[in-house]
Design a protein around this ligand. Structure first.
Ligand code: CP3
Length: 385
């Protein structure tokens, strides 16, 4: 079977087309998802593998994306640890017994991911069966910092005051908490891979709240523990965060074969800083999906122009799809990315003389996918899958 463009790009190889998927591609903006949500809570969908698998596949059918992402939530591992998690309508996640003390951290329960999170692993197996090789399946987990921030704050947070109080004021408790979380999350992701996930993404959504020094001291070792644990399994690892402009080098040092960029750092600058031996994922502003089509297309062109046809680019948003996003716009982005990057395509924005022309590294008339391989080992890997 041909190698999927998503997996080729995630490994830094030239792909026949730039692959595209979206964080939060299954969700409330889709009528198919709302129809299921009308009868089930979010936690029910996550707890029932057939439902989770059905929702996982909805965007694959509706959008034509190049990868499926398992339907689950980064907070699920908090349940077997002993935290009382609910998703309150309109409020987001709420944890009733949030963690604040050394004794509470010490009392966290041991987790056996195969039994305690077995429903998620079963959803992975069902997804693989239903996908039947059409597109790869991405597994995911929250990174220790982002998961810890929910456990400590008790929900979403603006300034992460309680999290940083623990970090700065009781570093031994912080390190104990992060060590426990990192071990569970490493086990959980490894189990997803053994169940059939073909790539994984580590979401450190709120890492951007930290100064680079604090990230390196209080967070990096634990994200690294999780990412390193996956290395022997051989699947591509994507490492993502928001507001990470000041942290890109540190996040790269923590690990990941592909770094997920938010929309605030221009993709070319972000990739240069991360280094071309890693892949890059991103980074359209999610709010661009609300713009009129010509403006949306201009922004898609801009991301592709900055990726410059290098192997290793996975097109995505800089963060998840927002509720109320027009489905037609999401579908349009998939089609635009595919049309503009398929081998031999002459991307409209790159025609000689056009406003966007100028930085394609290819032979001049060729499309975005023609740039020479820039990373060691990529030479000769290209060509259609
Ligand atoms: O399609 C996919 O991307 C897979 C499913 C997925 C969900 N959550 C389902 C979900 C993924 C990858 C996540 C990750 C997640 N969950 C993150 C990291 C990604 C990010 O966006 O930064 C975070 C921080 C969470 C925690 C979380 N879960 C929050 C803050 C919320 C409330 C947000 C809101 O908009 O209300 C959730 C709930 C949640 N998880 C929804 C979905 C589709 C909301 C929809 C619903 O209630 O049905």
């Amino acid at each position: 079977m041909a190698v999927a463009p998503f997996l080729q790009a995630a490994r830094g190889e030239r792909a026949a087309v730039t692959p595209v998927w979206f964080m939060r591609q299954a969700g409330r903006y889709m009528p198919e998802y709302r129809a299921i949500r009308a009868h089930h809570t979010l936690l029910e969908i996550c707890a029932r593998p057939e439902l989770a698998a059905e929702v996982t596949l909805q965007p694959v059918a509706a959008l034509g994306v190049d990868a499926a992402i398992l339907f689950a939530d980064i907070l699920l591992p908090l349940l077997p640890l002993g935290l009382d998690l609910q998703f309150a309508p309109g409020e987001g996640p709420v944890i009733f017994n949030r963690l604040r003390t050394a004794a509470q951290v010490a009392a966290l329960r041991p987790v056996n991911v195969e039994s305690d999170l077995g429903h998620v692993l079963e959803a992975v197996r069902i997804c693989r069966r239903l996908l039947d090789g059409r597109v790869p399946l991405i597994g995911f987990a929250g990174a220790p910092f982002t998961v810890a921030s929910y456990a400590v704050e008790g929900g979403a947070s603006r300034h992460f005051v309680e999290t940083k109080k623990l970090m700065f004021g009781a570093p031994e408790v912080w390190h104990d908490l992060m060590t426990r979380l990192a071990r569970v999350l490493a086990d959980y992701l490894s189990a997803q891979v053994r169940a059939g996930a073909q790539a994984v993404q580590l979401f450190d959504s709120w890492a951007g709240a930290l100064a680079a020094d604090d990230y390196r001291r209080y967070v990096l070792p634990y994200s690294k523990l999780v990412l390193d644990a996956l290395e022997p399994l051989g699947v591509p690892r994507i490492h993502f965060g928001v507001g990470t402009g000041p942290l890109l080098e540190a996040m790269r040092d923590a690990g990941g074969d592909v770094i997920g960029l938010d929309w605030q750092t221009p993709l070319d600058e972000g990739w240069r800083r991360v280094g071309y031996e890693r892949g890059i994922q991103g980074n359209l502003d999610p709010v661009a999906l609300f713009a009129p089509l010509p403006e949306l297309e201009r922004r898609v062109d801009d991301v592709l122009r900055r990726a410059a046809g290098r192997p290793g680019h996975i097109f995505n948003l800089g963060h998840g799809i927002l509720p109320h996003t027009p489905v037609e716009s999401v579908r349009a982005v998939v089609d635009l990315v595919h049309e503009k990057t398929s081998a031999g395509a002459i991307a409209p924005g790159l025609r000689p003389g056009s406003a966007l022309e100028g930085s394609s590294r290819g032979s001049g008339s060729a499309g975005f996918s023609q740039a020479p391989g820039l990373r060691p080992g990529s030479a000769g890997v290209g060509g259609p899958a």
